[in-house]
Design a protein around this ligand. Structure first.
Ligand code: NAD
Length: 411
């Protein structure tokens, strides 16, 4: 199933039938099995209690008209080919929307990383590289961290290919990019500030914000928003949430999370995730998981603006409720694309051998996101459509033009 509705997009921009057909399916899908004899503790596989691990794995190229298939490696027990396909498609829209020369891709391994020792995980990643060596060595697919994979895993991939541009999201000391880890949160903050001005007519400084999720994206979003003077009044994660009307003390909250592993019982009044979503704030930022705002609870949202930092946090029916209530939603493909822009900077650095500083990473993220934001908001205003439909239309328009340039479709 496509993540966008072409019948709606075609009311906004011209989409030739050939382009719609190419964008409605994956270009390439590889399914394979990773079979390894591993000892649960990660010791030598010749131990008698070693067990055979068999993990289904997938690589999907959705569309590579604009460049190599770019997208993270997900290692999670729920990975399927269908979901990998959906995530690859989202990367096609993101890379086109923010104007970087990458296509959309994704890979997945169906395993629970929480049950793997470091040694076992390294062995699995090495086998993954071995199985898709043609994709990685040719540069046709460029992975990065995603749910269940880390910068250390990317260092393993680099260790196997010996080519720094074959993978992004590496640790800074292993050819990675200063600023890459914070880039998604930085981008979410930047887009939130732009959206506050354009859609609420207010500077983000002093605005009351609630953030769901305090992982990589949520934590850095909070940090950058705090630096810009926003008042962070509520934060939650899987363990629960905290609220403080005068604004949370972020340093104390970070120390509490480092000590206890979660936001619950942190400095502030105790709240639930449901409370956070319905909080009396200016801006609500879901930065945790998919499907948290639905038809059932979207009517309770009191924020004036919702910024999707997570992928897919609002169901289509939930978004309709928000839009009917006059509440603008900045879509994920725009709000959280700072990470992939930083990946592009890392890939470029790896190819050129240049040294890049964090401020240059932030500068590129800000520039690409700003250009995309203005294009999306102008189109949304001109056609009186949602920010999401406008973002999808801009991405599709770019891809149609690119496929014409490449001679993939007539015109
Ligand atoms: P993460 O694993 O670092 O953090 C996830 C956070 O969500 C944690 O604080 C966790 O406690 C919380 N959480 C999990 N389940 C929850 C629930 N049911 N209710 C409330 N909180 C819950 O992940 P991340 O890298 O921060 O990614 C968050 C989202 O952003 C995901 O949708 C991811 O796909 C998307 N995203 C991430 C990046 C990136 O660069 N990391 C880039 C683009 C999009």
């Amino acid at each position: 199933m496509n993540t966008i509705d072409f019948s709606q997009v075609k009311q906004v921009v011209e989409v030739p039938d050939a382009a719609e057909r190419l964008l409605s399916k994956s270009e390439k899908e590889i399914s394979f099995s990773l079979n390894l004899l591993l000892h649960p503790s990660g010791r030598d596989a010749r131990c008698t209690d070693a067990e055979l691990v068999e993990a289904d794995a997938f690589v999907v190229y959705h569309n590579t008209a604009r460049g190599p298939a770019k997208g993270g490696l997900r290692i999670w027990p729920t990975v399927t080919l269908e979901h990998t396909r959906t995530l690859a498609e989202l990367m096609t829209w993101k890379t086109a929307l923010v104007g970087i020369p990458f296509g959309g891709g994704k890979s997945g391994i169906r395993l629970d990383p929480r049950t793997l020792s470091r040694v076992s995980k390294t062995a699995i990643i090495k086998e993954y590289v071995h199985m898709i060596s043609a994709e990685l060595h040719s540069g046709a697919y460029v992975p990065a961290p995603d749910l269940g994979s880390t910068d250390a895993d990317m260092a393993v991939i680099y260790g196997e290919t010996h080519r720094p541009e074959s993978v992004t999201g590496k640790p800074p000391r292993v050819g990675g990019l200063p600023g890459r880890r914070e880039a998604t949160g930085f981008g979410v903050c930047h887009i939130t500030a732009l959206a506050s001005e354009a859609l609420l007519g207010r500077n983000v400084e002093g605005l009351r914000v609630a953030v769901q999720g305090f992982g990589n994206v949520g934590r850095w979003t909070c940090r950058f928003l705090h630096e810009r003077g926003a008042k962070l009044v509520a934060v939650s994660d899987i363990t629960g949430g905290v609220y403080r009307d005068q604004g949370l003390d972020l340093d104390q909250l970070e120390q509490h999370v480092a000590r206890t592993g979660g936001v619950a019982e942190g400095p502030g009044d105790r709240i639930t995730n449901a409370d956070l979503l319905a909080m009396e704030v200016d801006i609500l930022i879901p930065a945790a998981v998919e499907g948290v705002l639905t038809e059932e609870n979207a009517g309770a949202v009191k924020a004036k603006l919702v910024v999707e930092a997570a992928n897919d946090p609002i169901t289509p029916a939930g978004e309709q409720v928000l839009l009917d209530n006059g509440l603008p939603v900045v879509p994920d493909i725009l709000a959280n694309s700072g990470g992939v822009v930083a990946s592009y900077v890392e890939w470029h650095q790896a190819k050129s051998g240049a040294i890049t500083r964090a401020r240059e990473t932030y500068h590129t993220v800000a520039e690409q996101l700003e250009a995309a934001f203005h294009r999306v908001s102008e189109l949304a205003k001109e056609k009186r459509i949602s920010q999401r439909l406008a973002a999808q239309a801009v991405a599709v328009e770019e891809l149609v033009a690119t496929m014409k340039d490449r001679g993939w479709i007539p015109g």
